[in-house]
Ligand binder design. Structure first.
Ligand SMILES: Cc1cc2nc3c(=O)[nH]c(=O)nc-3n(C[C@H](O)[C@H](O)[C@H](O)COP(=O)(O)OP(=O)(O)OC[C@H]3O[C@@H](n4cnc5c(N)ncnc54)[C@H](O)[C@@H]3O)c2cc1C
Ligand SMILES: NC(=O)c1ccc[n+]([C@@H]2O[C@H](COP(=O)([O-])OP(=O)(O)OC[C@H]3O[C@@H](n4cnc5c(N)ncnc54)[C@H](O)[C@@H]3O)[C@@H](O)[C@H]2O)c1
Length: 467
């Protein structure tokens, strides 16, 4: 039977393009269909541009406190158009590299809107512009889009993260709706760039999935930098006005130049032909899959933000790589063992100031026999060097161990601590016990020593820590 491709992928974001790259590497003939640009949300409208804006915010904060390090500098302001230019240049350079890589692996990119076509005996397919591309397997990876709660999003006064990243002038004031990852990153970044920010969160804490103590530290730290953090506050009405936006939230009426709506992202699963193919979609819009990411339609799989669980780029990569190997295995092109990581082993980072990073279980999720160690970065030489003199050190590394056995969680908060979580992912993913890793030497002075110190404490041999 002649098929156009071994695998056809709908959506070229983190999940889709990772699947394409790995499948091509394994010798499969691959089609990658996307109506937008290869790289998807993360590269063009998500991870990369937000982190570039956060870096600009950090530079401004650093310049503002330069004199306390003995360096004389003056802060003249922020040129938002130039910051956007810098963010665009980072995206552009990564995009160039990615498109070159995709081309070098012989992947056929189809730059069109597509939809699933059921298996008619020749395999499932993707239809684009009246043409059907049949394949041995189809991967659906169409991602997610902002939830707007029916608010009148106009892209100017009432916006989502998509428009926020395209601003070439900063607002004087902003209301951020939602104290999840997007809300917290924008609130932190805008506050550091000089915007007056009000942050509204419906639950009683920011970043509800993180350790409660770390949520409290974050809220306090944002408030210290001028963010008006309002917890337990839902918005009831938002109206764009000539001057900006008017918002009713709880008993308060608030005004600002703009409102950023950041209350979650809904899977983009409708209008793709999935229901017609008999594929289950949950009330939240997630595609129903089994433990191998297979849908109920033969030869059709789903990956990334479409699948219930943390909406993270690196989870998308892991799904894509797994599916490429699984499909290649079924087609006789891969002899290895494809492994799909558990969602609980996937690390998360919020790149605000301070940063929060975590992997595995929180202390309360670990249960009654959990042992917890908090190593405060006040005892860490590198942390002391990084913070401005006179500033209070608020960083903490928390390790959670279950019943005298393996480490099941690591949760950190502090400046520049995001890179530490890769070690946490190794500890949790390899089910290490503190005694197993107590002999691993960490460089001095480094933030990583805080992880070693927490491990030593759990192994009953704390060094720079009172027992
Ligand atoms: C502001 C923001 C910041 C973020 N920061 C981070 C971060 O720092 N770290 C992190 O891990 N995650 C971050 N994320 C989340 C991350 O971007 C997503 O988890 C990731 O992009 C999901 O990948 P995906 O492949 O599932 O979907 P996407 O990347 O959304 O890709 C889906 C692709 O499908 C295409 N598509 C959809 N429908 C069709 C169709 N019918 N036909 C053709 N093409 C179609 C779209 O054009 C898109 O390119 C952030 C998200 C946002 C919004
Ligand atoms: N650094 C990163 O990894 C990163 C950065 C940005 C986005 N993302 C991903 O994008 C996804 C979407 O981010 P998000 O922040 O939009 O969603 P989220 O689910 O992380 O947070 C949404 C927040 O909005 C609150 N909320 C909901 N309705 C509300 C209302 N009516 N009033 C006030 N608050 C309300 C929720 O309680 C929650 O805290 C996340 O799941 C995340 O995984 C990741």
């Amino acid at each position: 039977m002649t098929r156009d491709f071994d695998v056809a992928i709908l959506g070229a974001g983190s999940a889709g393009y990772a699947c394409a790259l790995r499948a091509a590497q394994l010798g499969l003939r691959v089609a990658l269909v996307d109506e937008g640009q290869v790289g998807g949300t993360c590269l063009h409208r998500g991870c990369i541009p937000t982190k570039a804006w956060l870096q600009a915010a950090k530079v401004r904060r650093t310049v503002a406190k330069a004199p306390s390090f003995g360096v004389l500098a003056s802060l003249d302001g922020v040129d938002a158009a130039a910051v956007k230019g810098y963010a665009d240049s980072v995206v552009g350079s990564l995009f160039k590299g990615l498109t070159g890589l995709v081309a070098s692996r012989g992947i056929t990119v189809i730059p069109e809107r597509g939809r699933l076509v059921s298996d008619d005996g020749r395999g499932p397919g993707i239809e684009t512009g009246g043409r059907t591309h049949r394949a041995g397997a189809v991967v659906i990876a169409t991602g997610a889009a902002p939830v707007t709660l029916g608010l009148p999003v106009d892209g100017t006064r009432i916006i989502t993260s998509e428009e926020a990243l395209r601003l070439d002038a900063l607002p004087g004031s902003a209301i951020v709706l939602g104290g999840g990852v997007i809300g917290v990153e924008f609130a932190s970044m805008w506050a550091d760039l000089g915007v007056k920010v009000t942050l509204l969160e419906a639950t009683d804490r920011l970043l509800p999935a993180e350790e409660p103590g770390h949520s409290r530290i974050l809220a306090k730290e944002l408030a210290r930098r001028g963010v008006d953090v309002r917890l337990g506050t839902s918005l009831t009405e938002a109206t764009a006005t000539d001057a900006g936006v008017r918002v009713l939230a709880g008993d308060a009426e608030l005004t600002a130049d703009l409102l950023l709506v950041a209350v979650g992202r809904k899977p983009s699963s409708s209008g793709l032909g999935l229901e017609e193919a008999g594929i289950g979609i949950t009330a939240t819009g997630h595609v129903v899959v089994d433990e191998r990411l297979q849908t109920s339609a033969r030869g059709v799989y789903a990956a990334g933000d479409l699948v219930s669980g943390p909406q993270l780029a690196h989870r998308g990569y892991a799904h894509g790589i797994y599916l490429a190997e699984r499909i290649a295995q079924l087609q006789g092109a891969f002899a290895g063992t494809p492994t799909l990581p558990r969602d609980s082993d996937i690390p998360r980072v919020t790149y605000s100031s301070p940063q929060l990073a975590s992997v595995g279980l929180t202390a309360s999720q670990a249960g009654a026999d959990a042992e917890v160690v908090d190593y405060h970065l006040t005892g860490n030489g590198r942390a002391q060097i990084l913070r401005a003199p006179g500033e209070r050190e608020i960083g903490v590394v928390r390790l959670v161990r279950r019943g005298g056995g393996q480490i099941v969680g690591m949760h950190v908060i502090g400046e520049d601590v995001s890179e530490l979580i890769a070690e946490g992912a190794l500890l949790v993913g390899w089910q290490a016990a503190p005694e197993d890793v107590a002999g691993i030497v960490h460089p001095h002075p480094s933030l990583g020593e805080a992880v070693a110190e927490a491990n030593w404490a759990l192994a009953g041999q704390p060094l720079h820590m009172h027992s």
